[in-house]
Design a protein around this ligand. Structure first.
Ligand SMILES: Nc1nc2c(c(=O)[nH]1)N[C@H]1C(S)=C(S)[C@@H](COP(=O)(O)OP(=O)(O)OC[C@H]3O[C@@H](n4cnc5c(=O)[nH]c(N)nc54)[C@H](O)[C@@H]3O)O[C@H]1N2
Ligand SMILES: Nc1nc2c(c(=O)[nH]1)N[C@H]1C(S)=C(S)[C@@H](COP(=O)(O)OP(=O)(O)OC[C@H]3O[C@@H](n4cnc5c(=O)[nH]c(N)nc54)[C@H](O)[C@@H]3O)O[C@H]1N2
Ligand SMILES: [Mo]
Length: 765
């Protein structure tokens, strides 16, 4: 059997074709902790939900472009590639002629698949830039809040997010890890672009053995590995900022804060101190005040604060905490708390953001820029903060605020998506459906009949990583992988690159030459590799040429230092290496943010009571976090994901007491609902949750039943989440939380439709 190596966001792995033609999958031999997501790959690869041929929504084919509420509700008609490309090119041309390039939305957010050349967003952006540009999107669903906030606080978000303290340094030096949002092992197998050795997974497992005490602050007990023997603080969701302020106040009240550090390295402590003491609002943010909000007992808060001051302590905040209403506050308050401890820049101490969120945070692998496809320049300046996509489509011409700017929503006529699934990632999917009714045309490139593909007018089938040659590797990866094609393209699927090259040819004006630069895919791989190699060789590394790399199948990248401490340089020389903030220091107060005058994000970390909270009708706090069994919506048809379902519905975890009160037993199908929408899910009883909290992961393919009022019969939590920004400052995604009621589903189970393609008029092949 011939095994070949490839990589993915869930890690490098090997594939072969068995004698019966089935795809065989095994981990990379050097991976100490392969991801359970690998169990999905074989069954998903050629699943019946793959898109086999270009397809056009019947109404669009018959009536031409225009707004339509039939998107997602109508059959498709297969067409040949020439016709499909003629239709897309003609429509792109019409829209840019009649409305200008700004009327093309090409933000196209999403993870697509690993691979440095065939990265769908890069391909699409390069193409759209060449033909005159597009309205773009900024930031991400992952970090919509922190990417805006951190530059104000520490100058460079990348320092915290990509060059934070490394796991080896933490294991050696940290004595107490206070983990707001926990350290969920399920998340760290994933790294954008891939990782060959899952070092973060291994590090999480060795916390206990290394003698690192873990304080787990989370509504879920299993947000830390069992081996860490963490002390669990089952906090009320959405109240971490209050707990942090209570801890900070305790440090202050007991004189445990490091005044010298605050004076030398921070700006604005005096004002923050006034806020903590209650000078402005008459409310001291003491442990008792915090306890009433976050439901962690006051004595436990005081005890934790003392312990933090007594030992080498790392304060970490997961990314999930900034993906909620007022998501700035837990990040800012966490940083302020760490600053008061005075350990920022010391090995094992200070602040971190995203340990347990994703694999590359804390990984000590090499920090190299990998080969990448140049995207060119976008001649159109118009952009939206990425999570405002439904607002943009529903409110053209309206103005809104963002990070000190006053922006206007463009009038978008053509939506072009390649490599993402808005019907996975966006909130309030009922509203998104209405928004998707507005443009004249929606084009989607997809390997699968996802809900995004089903809501398009023109669906172009694309290959997956296994069906094309590429170069792979992620941030902090130890290997660069020659991703050799392992299977023939499914049906008539083509690479995104080939599709866009075909469009460029039709649009003329030199677009094709500019897009392909006259290279074949293999020539592109060689070109990107050799350009990258030259740079490394110039820096003294011995890197094989492309042919040798391709033949060997992988190249072990030059390693960097294992030990790394965030802001160690700044601590050593604050005058010589100041931060890129207005004061050159860590901003506990930001005059810039204060001057914006936003009610939902003042100029210092604060407790802001949430506008959305549990009610009598919707009393349960829903956590819609990342799935343990897949990557977002990707791999949902795979075996690991499928095996977790309950009667084909996504599992929702509920505390036994909450289940009992509702007559719900383990394995029951339940209806989860609020004023925005409803879905079915399969009840799993668990005492690992704080009572009053239910947990339904994201990523079950959206499966709305129109005959049942849009009920998602599969269990996608984004029918329940509000399409509301974290704050005006960052306009980030706040999809992590919602308020719901859960009841037992009675009667026959409605059929699942997402497991097969939509109705299609097939074309003989
Ligand atoms: N409620 C709630 N919602 C959330 C979150 C949350 O915490 N709570 N988290 C958010 C976060 S952090 C994120 S990052 C987003 C993720 O949202 P997305 O990144 O949009 O989700 P994916 O399912 O990864 O979508 C990628 C799509 O690309 C397709 N694809 C794969 N390879 C290729 C390719 O080569 N070409 C093309 N054209 N397509 C390809 C896949 O089939 C898949 O449908 O979700 C967000 N949504
Ligand atoms: N297996 C897998 N791993 C993934 C992904 C995936 O889809 N699958 N997606 C990747 C992506 S794109 C991203 S951006 C990262 C996201 O990383 P995160 O956003 O950090 O991940 P989540 O799992 O959504 O949330 C982490 C934990 O935060 C806890 N939490 C939620 N609300 C609160 C709260 O109010 N207070 C406290 N203290 N805790 C709370 C939840 O219990 C949850 O398990 O994950 C990455 N890793
Ligand atoms: Mo993300």
């Amino acid at each position: 059997m011939k095994w070949s190596t490839t990589t993915s966001h869930w890690g490098a792995y090997q594939v072969a074709t068995g004698t019966d033609g089935a795809l065989l999958v095994r981990p990379h031999p050097e991976d100490p902790a392969p991801s359970p997501l690998l169990g999905n790959v074989a069954a998903a690869a050629r699943h019946r939900t793959r898109v086999a041929a270009p397809a056009v929504r019947r109404g669009w084919l018959e009536n031409g472009p225009g707004p339509s509420d039939r998107r997602g509700r109508e059959e498709f008609v297969e067409v040949g590639w020439d016709q499909a490309l003629d239709l897309v090119a003609g429509e792109l041309d019409r829209v840019r002629r009649e409305h200008g390039n700004e009327a093309v939305y090409g933000g196209s957010y999403g993870w697509s698949s690993a691979g440095r050349f065939h990265h769908a967003q890069s391909q699409l952006h390069r193409f759209l830039n060449i033909i005159g540009g597009y309205t773009s999107s900024r930031n991400s669903y992952s970090l919509g809040t922190s990417l805006v906030l951190l530059p104000h606080l520490v100058g460079d978000a990348g320092a915290v997010l990509r060059r934070g303290s490394s796991w080896p340094s933490i294991l050696a030096n940290t004595r107490l890890l206070v983990a707001f949002g926990g350290l969920p092992a399920k998340n760290v197998a994933v790294t954008p672009g891939g990782v060959t050795r899952h070092a973060s997974s291994a590090a999480l497992e060795s916390l206990g053995a290394a003698g690192v005490e873990v304080a787990l602050v989370s509504p879920l007990r299993d947000d830390a590995p069992t081996s860490a023997a963490a002390r669990w603080y089952p906090i009320r969701p959405g109240t971490d900022a209050a707990l942090m302020l209570g801890l900070a106040h305790t440090l202050l009240a007991e004189g445990l804060h490091d005044r010298a550090f605050l004076d030398r390295y921070c700006s604005g402590f005096e004002d923050f101190e006034k806020y903590l003491r209650g000078a402005s609002d008459g409310t001291p943010k003491d442990a008792r005040w915090a306890a009433a909000i976050c439901d962690v007992p006051a004595h436990a808060i005081v005890g934790l604060a003392r312990r933090m001051a007594a030992t080498r302590t790392l304060v970490t905040v997961t990314w999930s905490l900034q993906r909620i209403e007022h998501g700035e506050q837990p990040v800012w308050a966490g940083l302020a708390l760490a600053a008061m401890l005075g350990q920022i820049g010391l090995p094992g101490g200070g602040f971190g953001h995203g340990y347990g969120s994703i694999g590359d945070v804390g990984d000590h692998g090499p920090d190299l820029r990998l080969p990448h496809l140049p995207q060119g320049e976008n001649p159109v300046a118009t952009f939206i903060p990425v999570a405002r996509v439904a607002d943009m489509l529903l409110r053209p011409g309206e103005t809104y605020d963002y990070d000190g700017l006053r922006l206007t929503y463009p009038d978008v006529r053509l939506v072009y998506w390649a490599g993402g699934n808005p019907f996975h990632h966006h909130q309030d999917l009922g509203r998104l459906r209405r928004a998707f009714g507005r443009p004249a045309t929606v084009v989607v490139h997809e390997p699968y009949w996802t809900a995004a593909a089903r809501h398009a007018d023109i669906v172009l089938p694309v290959t997956t990583t296994l069906e094309r040659d590429d170069i792979g590797g992620g941030r902090r990866d130890t290997h660069l992988i020659a991703m050799r094609r392992a299977a023939a393209p499914f049906g008539l699927a083509r690479d995104d690159h080939a599709i866009l090259a075909g469009l460029a040819r039709r649009l003329g004006g030199g677009a094709a030459e500019a897009f392909t630069e006259g290279r074949t895919v293999r020539q592109w791989l060689e070109h990107l590799y050799e350009t990258w190699r030259e740079d490394l060789v110039a820096r003294g590394h011995d890197v094989p040429g492309f042919a040798a790399f391709w033949e060997a199948g992988e190249y072990v990248l030059p390693s960097g230092p294992e030990h790394r401490t965030l802001f160690a340089d700044f601590r050593a020389d604050p005058e010589g290496r100041p931060l890129d903030t207005s004061s050159g220091r860590i901003q506990l107060i930001s005059e810039v943010i204060a001057a914006f005058g936003y009610a939902d994000c003042p100029g210092h970390p604060a407790w802001l009571p949430p506008r959305r909270r549990p009610t009598g009708r919707h009393p349960l706090h829903l956590i819609a976090n990342q799935p343990a069994t897949r990557l977002h919506g990707q791999l949902d048809p795979g075996a690991t994901s499928r095996d977790s379902k309950v009667s084909g519905r996504e599992p929702i975890r509920i505390h036994p007491a909450d289940a009992r009160a509702r007559g719900i037993a383990d394995g029951d199908v339940v209806r989860v609902f609020n004023d925005l929408g409803a879905c079915l899910a399969g009840a799993r009883l668990s005492d690992a949750l704080r009572p009053g909290v239910v947990q339904l992961a994201t990523g079950a393919w959206y499966d709305p039943a129109d005959d049942l009022g849009g009920l998602c019969v599969h269990g996608n939590p984004n029918v329940l989440t509000a399409d509301a920004p974290t704050s005006v400052l960052s306009q980030g995604c706040s999809g992590q939380h919602a308020f719901v009621q859960v009841e037992r589903h009675i009667g026959p189970l409605p059929p699942l439709r997402h497991t097969a393609p939509p109705p299609i008029v097939r074309r003989p092949r």
